[in-house]
Structures are given as C-alpha cells and as structure tokens.
Design a protein around this ligand. Structure first.
Ligand code: FAD
Length: 297
C-alpha cells in the first residue's frame, strides 16, 4: 500500500483529509481504530480499545505505508507525530496543498503560508481544518479488522476514563453561530447576557484567551490559535480586540459582527458588521429585540 488515511472519524475534518488524500492517490486506503467509518474505501480496522496515541500510531506503522494523511486535529497531529518516529518518516502539519514532495502549510496560526519540501521515503501530513472542500463518494466500506503488533509501552499513555461535559447544546467547532466574549465582558458573570443571546440564536459560546486565562470560562470555549478553530455562518465577538492569535481561530467565519467599545480595535478590520458600544448594554438590547420580534416578551 502506498497512501493511507488515518480516519479518526468520518466527520467533516476526516472527510476533508480523505478528499485531500484521494486527490493525491485515488486508490487510497483507510486505517481506523475501534469503529469502522462509513466511507467508500478499503478500511483497515485496528482492534484497540480507547485512545492511546502510541498504540494508534503503531497500527498505522504496522501497515507499512509510504504516505500517511490525517485531519489536522489534536489527535491527528499527535498520532502522526508518533507514527513518523516509528516509520522514520518526515511529518508536516497543517498542510493545505501538496505537489509531489512539496507541501504548502499554515504557520503562525494560519497567518503565514510556508512551502516546504519533504525529504524522506515515508511522508506524513495532516490537513489544516477547513482547507479542503469535501468531495463525497458513494459505496460501502470494505472493512478488514486486524490486531496491531504493539510494542512494550505502547499502551502506557491512554484514555482511562471519559467525563462528559454537563453543558448541553451545540459544539463550538460545528456551531452555525458563535457568540464569543473577551476581556471586555468584564467577568465570568458578564457572560450571562451572552449565554441568553446564544440560547435564542441556537449558538455556541466561545471566548478569547484573556478570558480562559482569567478563569472566567473553560479552555474548551477558547477560540484561536491555541483554542478551537471555528467556521460558523455568523461569529459575534463581544469585547474581543482581535489579536492575531484569536483571528487564527475564526478566520473561517462567513460573517463577523463585532461588538466593541473601541472603533479602532483591530477586530474592526475583519468585521462585516460592527456595533460600537458597551457589550453589557448592546447584547441585552439585541436579545430584547429578538424576543420582541419573535413574540417572546
Ligand atoms: C502563543 C500565543 C497563543 C495565543 N492563543 C490565543 C488563542 O488561541 N485565542 C485567543 O483569543 N488569544 C490567544 N492569545 C492571546 C492574544 O494574543 C490576546 O492576548 C487575546 O486574544 C486578547 O484577548 P481579548 O481580545 O479578550 O482581550 P484584549 O486584547 O484586552 O481586548 C479587550 C477588548 O475589549 C474591548 N472592550 C473593553 N471593554 C468593553 C466593553 N465594556 N464593551 C465592549 N468592548 C469592550 C476593548 O476595546 C478591547 O478591544 C495567544 C497569545 C500567544 C502569545
């Protein structure tokens, strides 16, 4: 086998990676762990229970590929980094295009594109989220289960228990609308009006790193270079200045409505719409108007 796609899940990011791989090699095969993804391809299904990055990488290495492609998720990058060591290969993360040995990849949170040449017999690449439009194919997966030959220590680092978040609602990464708060929200309690607006819009709540650093919201809510990358139809950053590292996470948004007291804030350069004012006055006013037009108050 030459090209192998590591498919953590047949979700949008996984299918983007599969599309990317098929363009390079239409005969691409898939390796998955635990559950067989429903994709039209030959699927090598490794029998490993739970997330164990080194063991998952070993499953990839056991198949002896010369090219490995995965989605540029936390897990995709972690597993391929281990696999690169096992296969004595070269690894490029966050790639958006490939031409022979040359890849174009995102650096500095996507603010810089780098062309890099991969020198090595085995090449491993993760695909930057939302850089490729999915091309659907039809057909049933041809699944072959296998037991990877694990080395001593491959299962030392593994997920032993999963504690689900108690908060219900849409996930930040997939939400069509995201209402996000920054330092300008002022406090953890200041997020209550944002949550009310998000509830009316069916939106997820996001935030800046200033907010997670202050302990007002959990890191899972953070949008940005070191947080979640989002591409909603509408992004509403409230009291967020628009630092490069924040914008790296939301530049896929189709529309951006900035709410900020400073008309000179950097976020204005990326805004499609803006309301200049105090977030704690503007957000409740929008919520009240939404309630009024929907006959809710
Ligand atoms: C390696 C690295 C990685 C990073 N990763 C991330 C990341 O993933 N995500 C991220 O967000 N940041 C990240 N950062 C931090 C980033 O550089 C900024 O410091 C951070 O985004 C600033 O957050 P903020 O916009 O909430 O705060 P500030 O920059 O302090 O901006 C606050 C804004 O609120 C406005 N404001 C104040 N009061 C009000 C009010 N009452 N009503 C309306 N507006 C008001 C102000 O005008 C200002 O524009 C990273 C930094 C580094 C060095």
């Amino acid at each position: 086998m030459s090209t192998l796609v590591f498919l953590e899940a047949a979700d949008d990011l996984g299918l983007q990676a599969l599309t990317f791989a098929r363009r390079l090699d239409p005969a691409v095969e898939v390796v998955a762990v635990g559950d067989a993804p429903s994709v039209a391809a030959k699927v090598h299904l490794a029998e490993i229970t739970g997330y164990a990055p080194q063991a998952w990488a070993r499953a990839i290495a056991n198949l002896g590929p010369t090219t490995v492609i995965a989605a540029g998720t936390d897990r995709g990058n972690e597993v391929l980094a281990h696999a690169a060591v096992m296969l004595d290969g070269v690894f490029a993360a966050n790639v958006i295009a490939a031409d022979g040995d040359t890849v174009t990849r995102q650096r500095w949170g996507g603010s810089l594109l780098e062309e890099a040449r991969l020198h090595g017999d085995v090449k491993l690449v993760t695909v930057a989220p939302h850089a490729v439009a999915i091309e659907e194919t039809t057909g049933e997966p041809d699944v072959q289960a296998f037991q990877p030959e694990l080395a001593a220590g491959d299962l030392i680092a593994r997920v032993a228990e999963r504690v689900e978040e108690t908060t219900a609602g849409v996930s930040l990464a997939d939400a069509p609308v995201v209402v996000s708060g920054g330092r300008g929200v002022g406090s953890a309690e200041g997020f209550a009006p944002l949550e009310e607006l998000a509830g009316l819009l069916g939106a997820a709540i996001g935030c800046s790193r200033a907010v997670t650093m202050a302990g007002w919201r959990p890191h899972t809510d953070q949008v940005g270079q070191t947080g979640t990358k989002i591409s909603p139809d509408l992004y509403i950053p409230c009291g967020i200045s628009g630092a490069t590292q924040h914008m790296a996470g939301c530049k896929g948004a189709k529309n951006l409505l900035a709410i900020n007291s400073d008309p000179e804030a950097p976020i204005m350069a990326s805004a499609d719409y803006a309301v200049i004012g105090d977030v704690l006055e503007i957000v409740p006013a929008i919520t009240a108007e939404l309630r009024r037009v929907r006959g809710l108050s």
